[in-house]
Design a protein around this ligand. Structure first.
Ligand code: C2O
Length: 548
């Protein structure tokens, strides 16, 4: 059993020193490395004022929904002075994932890589790398991110944007007072490196590139893909991407910047800055390049796509394909039991008396799925009320499976931008094969939303722009080798179609992984019922499950 101690630690970035919530005093948090098939027992001890819960993002949690982590969805948070053991087995998964706090905005500082190595003796379906290097992107606020979101929710306005992006916790040399906080990747010539890229930023999708080097994508969200060579990748919060980096055959006379900056399509303000790290070649021959001469090497910068380059984003995501081999098949559900059509939208809700709301016509910002802005319970978790059959007064099962009033989703927005509040879920019998089309709307401006589904991987069978056309668009779905992932971007002013098999009993959260949108209500949950066989049932809750 490993233990994660949640405690405060002083950290300085951009010349701002502040106390932050950490795991074991580390920022970013520790790397957890396991193997496919391992059972993990991770004890989380809360020594801070804040309520805590930890999510193992992308882990399927077959039968162990109690270990999934979203606060008030699968558990009550761990209160100060208490602890909880997350107990789960990694079945049928290997690759790069990450863990993060799943309550309020605490994941701004509580996050770290979760690396699942293949079973002992089994190989990667790509050349064996010389070294493996996790690179986790995050966001840094000079102020307290918890205060940023609670102030935004209270006032009804948009939250302040972060002050920097980070790469393994370091903003890099393009920010003021930050040059010493630069991530450096030292490589040898003529080798293959596996970079495990993770986007743990709160609110921004990122483009990432390394000057004068090609990246070959071999895995996304812990599923192998057909190798895809590219100069730049796009990675949304909640997504992970493994790339092979082949270093130059000979020692180059240059140092290379690795940079990331946002892909932003919405109307809101965002942090428009660039995080950078250094790719430095080292040599075993002494005297070849002393550190003094290294300093004099030219520094080459990559060219990243424009901030709103939807054309690049679309081309890149369209090219990702499951590996789909006999050993790593793409088990795309071929038949569909239930179809759903969800609009994902920003909207508004009424301003309260004591608020100074910044939304249109003095309203406050909100967000919704099929016009329902999801409200989390506060006295229990959804999974507990489901398991103990105590849903009364906690949730209802009438989540709308299509928008209540269909409209032209990407045309002129409807006059009424108000959302309705509710704690509504969809109930699925065990093994239901689901097809879900998610449609972005232009209600408060079109925007790309990275939607994350807990408990499952989803197959991205189609995507397009404008309004989804059930007849013509579904005829073109890819049911052979669609990319399989846990977080998918709904294109700005467009739609995405996914399929998944509901073979995991429990309550599963689905939400936009842009934290501000989740906070505004762009979230919902599915209830998957038990099957008949013992291995098709949700296990009973552990005895140390926290109380609200
Ligand atoms: Cu990575 Cu529900 O979250």
């Amino acid at each position: 059993m490993s233990t994660l101690q949640i405690r405060y630690e002083y950290v300085t970035r951009l010349c701002h020193r502040k106390s932050i919530v950490t795991v074991n005093g580390q920022f970013p948090g520790p790397r957890i490395v396991a193997r496919e098939g391992d059972r993990l027992l991770i004890k989380v001890v809360n020594n801070v004022q804040n309520n805590i819960s930890i999510h193992w993002h992308g882990i399927r949690q077959l039968q162990t929904g109690w270990a999934d982590g979203p606060a008030y969805v699968t558990q009550c948070p761990i209160q100060r002075g208490q602890s909880y053991v997350y107990n789960y087995t990694i079945t049928g998964q290997r690759g790069t994932l990450f863990w993060h706090a799943h309550i309020s905005w605490l994941r701004s500082t509580l996050y770290g890589p979760l690396i699942i190595l293949p079973k002992q003796g089994s190989q990667y379906p790509f050349p064996k790398p010389h070294k493996e290097v996790p690179i986790i992107f995050g966001e840094w606020w000079n102020s307290d991110p918890e205060a940023v979101i609670s102030e935004a929710l209270q006032s009804g306005g948009g939250p302040n944007v972060s002050d920097a992006y980070t790469m393994n916790g370091l903003p890099g040399p393009l920010y003021n007072c930050s040059a010493k906080d630069t991530f450096k990747l030292k490589v040898k010539a003529g080798k293959i490196y596996l970079l495990r890229l993770i986007n743990a930023a709160l609110n921004d999708q990122l483009f990432f590139s390394i000057a004068n080097h090609t990246l070959t994508v071999v895995e996304v969200d812990a599923v192998y893909v057909k190798p895809l060579a590219t100069n730049t990748i796009l990675i949304a919060p909640g997504q992970t991407t493994n790339v092979l980096l082949k270093t130059k055959p000979h020692y180059p006379n240059a140092t290379f910047l690795m940079t990331a900056r946002p892909y932003a399509t919405g109307l809101g303000t965002f942090n428009n800055s660039t995080v950078a790290g250094l790719l430095e070649y080292k040599t075993s021959h002494k005297n070849h390049h002393s550190s003094a001469s290294l300093k004099n090497l030219p520094l080459l910068k990559p060219v990243l796509p424009a901030l709103n380059d939807t054309s690049f984003a679309t081309k890149f995501t369209n090219k990702l394909r499951s590996l789909a081999t006999a050993q790593f098949p793409a088990n795309v559900p071929q038949k569909v039991d239930r179809q759903f059509f969800f609009t994902v939208s920003l909207g508004t809700s009424p301003c309260q008396k004591n608020q100074t709301c910044q939304g249109p016509n003095g309203t406050k910002f909100a967000a919704s799925v099929n016009n329902v802005s999801f409200v989390l319970p506060t006295r229990t978790s959804l999974l507990q009320s489901h398991f103990f059959s105590q849903s009364k007064g906690v949730y209802t099962t009438n989540f709308p499976t299509t928008p209540l009033n269909p409209f032209n989703y990407t045309g002129t927005p409807p006059n009424n931008t108000m959302v309705s509040n509710g704690t509504k879920m969809v109930v699925l019998p065990y093994n239901t094969s689901v097809e879900l089309v998610m449609q972005d709307t232009s209600i408060l401006g079109a925007e790309n939303h990275p939607l994350h589904l807990h408990g499952f991987n989803l197959f991205v069978v189609g995507q397009g722009f404008g309004n989804f056309d059930p007849k013509n668009d579904s005829a073109n779905f890819n049911l052979v080798d669609p990319v399989e992932r846990n977080t998918v971007g709904v294109p700005s002013g467009g739609w995405v179609a996914i399929r998944f098999l509901a073979d995991n009993p429990g309550v599963w959260f689905m939400h936009c992984h842009l934290e501000v949108h989740t906070s505004w209500g762009l979230r919902m949950a599915w209830v998957v019922l038990d099957g008949n066989l013992p291995n098709q049932k949700l296990l009973p809750p552990p005895s140390d499950l926290p109380k609200c």
